[in-house]
Design a protein around this ligand. Sequence first.
Ligand code: AMP
Length: 190
Amino acid sequence: MKYSILFGPPGAGKGTQAASMVENYNLCHLSTGALLRSEIAAGTPLGLKAKSLIEAGNLVPDEVVEGMIASRFASAPAVAGFLLDGFPRTIAQAQALDAMLKERGEEVTAVVSIMIPDEMIAQRIAHRATIEGRADDAAPEIVQNRIDTYHQKTEPIIGYYSAAGKYHEIDGTGTIEEVAGRISALMNKF
Ligand code: AMP
């Protein structure tokens, strides 16, 4: 089983690119952001707990997302692998993921990082706000908090996976098709 991580700042295009990747490579898409949004929509206790944190642009606690991922791994769908999107987002989550996979005799296959400059993050999120209507895309100060949170808490993951020889970065600027082509060229190596 392959365990690929789709990494990148908010607005880099992870969700957009994940859609074709799961189809092309027969992967199960696990987006912690999407899973949390569906918990909120269903009004579950977990959703209620996560709502205010997400809408303020803060991360939800590590153990919440780790639990969501662990339960999805346990249900083992008939796929070639998993595509983790938006997880891990902290070093603690990356370590928890390693431990979860080790228990299964598995490991992270590769980290595919879609990189865009900070100026483009805000532009892309402003564009998405007009299409998807996400509460955390609407206000500039919340978007800025997510960008700051990314730099402080999520970016250190780059060093973690680089040290393990698993980090691969592609240029996330350009059209959806151009970025998809760069991702395919990379994914075909694993
Ligand atoms: P996303 O859809 O990946 O942009 O995630 C939307 C929001 O969900 C984030 O800003 C966080 O508040 C929360 N979230 C998603 N994934 C995680 C994670 N791995 N750890 C903590 N919070 C997360």
